[in-house]
Design a protein around this ligand. Structure first.
Ligand code: ADP
Ligand SMILES: N[C@@H](CCOP(=O)(O)O)C(=O)O
Length: 309
């Protein structure tokens, strides 16, 4: 259960006063999610999601608010930040940053079918295209500096064969020059729990809090490593991968440079989540669930992607 900040109907009613969203009817804590407190807020006008940020500083959030606003104005299915009468979306509640967004339709899907994979891929490509005129740049919190620091922390915990794999991959990634690849806004964590579906119709992408300015094809690599993989082996499932790549490239075809960097990007994406899962595994935060995020899965994915290079 991830409601860290308990809110009462009365305080949310008061908090909603500067918004033009009608009368508050119901308030329901959302159990899913692990980082922030989320509530479904139902008013006489519509349904919203209210997020209380448990870890982010206020100052790092306006980028995400402006990004989601930009993307929703460009027709990308994602939460739309709701502004108060003064035009301000980001507020405080219990002294923590708080944001209300539109409620998307649907739920996350653990076994996506090809139609759903196609919709994710096309929307991701449209999001990348729509980001071309979003001119703010935010650095990747899970980029090179984080990789090196996290690797140092987990390295002593690993078996020698894993240490060798990790060091070799860090060296390989450090030596890459990706500056010639198209850059833009990446989602950065487009996992199955961050995409909602209403049947086969895409409800939208959520959880933009790893979004940043980075290599667009890297975002695709993150997504295919999640959506098109056999859970037992870490190998690609061919028809899922083909469906994803065809759908993505029907909107934004890869350049020649992206094609040649692709195997390395798949490795970088596998490394990123192997590392974060290793860190969570060896340095668990009391009370947080880590069992669902198996580092060994991304170790297998990385080993598989190395074979492709
Ligand atoms: N805009 C939204 N519309 C509908 N449901 C949402 C929305 N945002 C979040 N949710 C629901 O809340 C859950 C937790 O959100 P998430 O962003 O993953 O939280 P956390 O940041 O804590 O990981 C999601 O699985 C989804 O069910
Ligand atoms: N979707 C990821 C978790 C998000 O990354 P983290 O760096 O916050 O752990 C996963 O399933 O590993």
């Amino acid at each position: 259960m991830s409601v860290f900040t308990t809110l009462s109907l009365d305080e949310v009613r008061q908090w909603l006063a500067p918004f033009n969203v009608g009368e508050l009817h119901t308030l329901r804590g959302i159990a899913a999610g692990i980082t922030n407190t989320n509530y479904f807020v139902e008013t006489s006008q519509a349904r919203f999601v209210l997020t209380v940020f448990e870890k982010n500083d206020f100052d790092e959030l306006p980028y995400f608010v402006r990004l989601m606003t930009h993307l929703s104005h460009h027709g990308i299915l994602c939460p739309t930040p709701i502004v108060d009468a003064a035009g301000i979306a980001l507020q405080r509640i219990h002294g923590k940053p708080a944001l209300m967004v539109s409620c998307l339709k649907g739920t996350d899907v653990s076994q996506p079918n090809l139609t759903q994979i196609e919709a994710v891929a096309q929307t991701l490509a449209r999001m990348h295209v729509a980001s071309a005129d979003f001119h703010e740049q935010s650095h990747n919190q899970r980029g090179q500096g984080w990789r090196v620091m996290t690797a140092q922390q987990v390295m002593p915990k690993l078996a020698p064969v894993q240490q060798h794999l990790l060091q070799e991959e860090l060296d390989f990634q450090h030596g890459l020059d990706l500056s010639g690849l198209p850059h833009g806004v990446i989602h950065g964590d487009l996992f199955r729990d961050n995409v909602l579906f209403d049947g086969d119709a895409l409800g939208g992408f959520i959880d933009f809090y790893y979004a940043c300015h980075d290599v667009l094809a890297y975002d695709v690599a993150i997504a295919v490593n999640e959506w098109c993989v056999d859970a037992a082996t870490g190998m690609f499932v061919d028809d899922k991968l083909a469906t994803f790549m065809n759908a993505y490239q029907s909107v934004r075809p890869f350049t020649a440079v992206e094609k040649s960097a692709w195997p390395a990007l798949l490795r970088r994406a596998a490394l990123r989540f192997w590392l974060s899962r290793l860190y969570d595994f060896y340095y668990p935060v009391a009370g947080e669930l880590t069992h669902a995020k198996d580092p060994a899965h991304f170790e297998r994915v990385l080993l598989n992607r190395k074979v492709l290079t």
